[in-house]
Design a protein around this ligand. Sequence first.
Ligand SMILES: [Zn+2]
Length: 209
Amino acid sequence: MKIILLGAPGSGKGTLAKKISKDFDIPQISTGDLFRAIVKDDSPLGRQVKEIMESGSLVPDEVTIEIVKKRINESDCKNGFILDGFPRTVAQGEALEKITQIDSVILVELPFETIIERLSSRRTCPDCGEIFNTNDYASANCSKCGATLIQRDDDKPETIKHRLEVYENNTAPLINFYSARLYKVSSDKTPEDTYRPVKTFLESLEAKK
Ligand SMILES: [Zn+2]
């Protein structure tokens, strides 16, 4: 089963991907992870990606596609995979169509106000990395190591708003592109509530294959 997951940062997409990956025994593939892995590789492609990333540029589509293609041809992808964070643009989606047939595209939906509220209540421990939520944790210090908690720049409302705008501009055309294969799920309740209908849907998809 070949799946693409679409969803805004903070929508709970990553949590959903992990549940699907575990139950359906297919790997979760994120291009961020792939880039990080490949730069450790002393290969021509690895060196090329390293140079691009160090220059602060975006990895071009043709390079990204090459890396994704290589990854989905690995043996653990024989039953399928979940693409998380790729494609980001219609051009990437079109290129992906040429190398594989995607069965379904799952769109995780959550109102932007909810995302902003959720992310901006997040506090991080700068020393041990533990994450807290001000809604259920009132202290200004880490419960594990005592360090003073901080709000990461990524979790500040202005930064979140900007990231959501970028997401919306890129994803709206993709939603159109995949309209015939799109399955929408709302993540406004618990992660389990989000996963339940998705699981049923994927099982029915699997039964048809
Ligand atoms: Zn800590």
